[in-house]
Design a protein around this ligand. Structure first.
Ligand SMILES: [Zn+2]
Ligand SMILES: [Zn+2]
Length: 297
């Protein structure tokens, strides 16, 4: 199994010379199993260059897109996934039901194809398009892959996905804030919430136990996080702690903060690694960048 990053930026596309080395497109990861099954994690603007590559390859596209959650930076490449316009292509969109509105995953497509936002409606698209709203905690088989999901910590429902195939596995958090108790110490709600968080963390940890590659939202430094607690994003330090806890083989830091240029990103990353020197054991930690391809075989 191999995977490739097509978008590593969080929150808003951030093109330009400042971000040219790591890339300005928002979240999109291509996953290929040994049997050739194509899975795509999130449909940020990175989905567009992926689409160009798929069409260049010539064969009819059969793509299984898994959406972590419905925030724009994870879905706004979707109408521009050009295989949707090609007869003979098949695109299946997977994702959670929004527990607030009750909408299934088809809604993230429908809402973007409204006439005031996009000029082409679904009936005019040539591909066979299918929607599969997932049950929380229920794995699905896609080709030679098994895709399991677990609910992460984010202001809207966000599924973290584990993809396993032929003895290899990866886990992608989508947007995730590891541990945030909004109730201060001394508040009667603090202790029960702490217990709730512990239980939730155990469920998440078991979903990513022993993965070969763990791909995590590392939007903030620990200093930046202080002013952004509760926004639903993680830190480099939190991601490393999580990777060590679950025994991941490699950690890929992604969802880079949109205001952070390449030089600053590298400086921040170097500082985190220096502070963890001697504590990582066999864990390898990498910064994700557009075009980075990783083979797990
Ligand atoms: Zn995001
Ligand atoms: Zn989000």
């Amino acid at each position: 199994m191999k995977f490739r990053f097509w978008g590593v930026r969080g929150s808003i596309p951030s093109p330009g010379p400042r971000t040219a080395r790591y890339g300005g497109n928002t979240t999109c990861i291509e996953v290929r199993t040994g049997g050739g099954t194509l899975l795509v994690l999130d449909a940020g603007t990175g989905l567009f260059p992926l689409a160009q590559q798929l069409l260049k390859d010539g064969a009819a596209v059969d793509a299984n897109i898994f959406i972590t959650h419905s925030h724009w930076d994870h879905i706004h490449g979707l109408p521009f996934f050009t295989p949707l316009f090609v007869k003979g292509s098949r695109v299946c969109l997977h994702g959670a039901r929004d527990p607030v509105s009750g909408h299934g995953i088809e809604h993230v497509m429908a809402v973007q194809l409204q006439n005031s936002y996009f000029p082409v409606d679904e009936a005019q698209m040539g591909a066979t398009i299918a929607y599969r709203t997932l049950e929380v905690g229920v794995p699905v088989e896609v080709g030679d892959a098994l895709v399991s999901n677990v609910v992460m910590n984010h202001p809207v429902i966000n599924l973290g996905y584990r993809i396993a195939s032929r003895g290899k596995s990866l886990f992608f958090t989508g947007d995730h804030e590891p541990w945030h108790n909004p109730h201060p110490l001394g508040d009667p709600r603090h202790a029960p919430f702490e217990a709730h968080l512990f239980e939730r963390q155990q469920a998440m940890d078991s979903g990513m136990l022993g993965v070969d590659a763990l791909i995590v939202d590392c939007s903030y430094t620990r200093d930046e996080y202080a002013a952004r607690a509760g926004w639903g994003h993680g830190t480099f330090d939190g991601a490393i702690a999580m990777a060590l806890r679950v025994g991941a083989r490699t950690l890929y830091c992604t969802h880079h903060e949109p205001t952070r240029g390449d030089d600053e990103l590298e400086a921040v990353f170097a500082e985190v690694l220096a502070r963890h020197a001697g504590q990582l054991g066999h864990l390898q930690v990498h910064l994700a960048h557009e075009g980075l391809e990783v083979s797990l075989d």
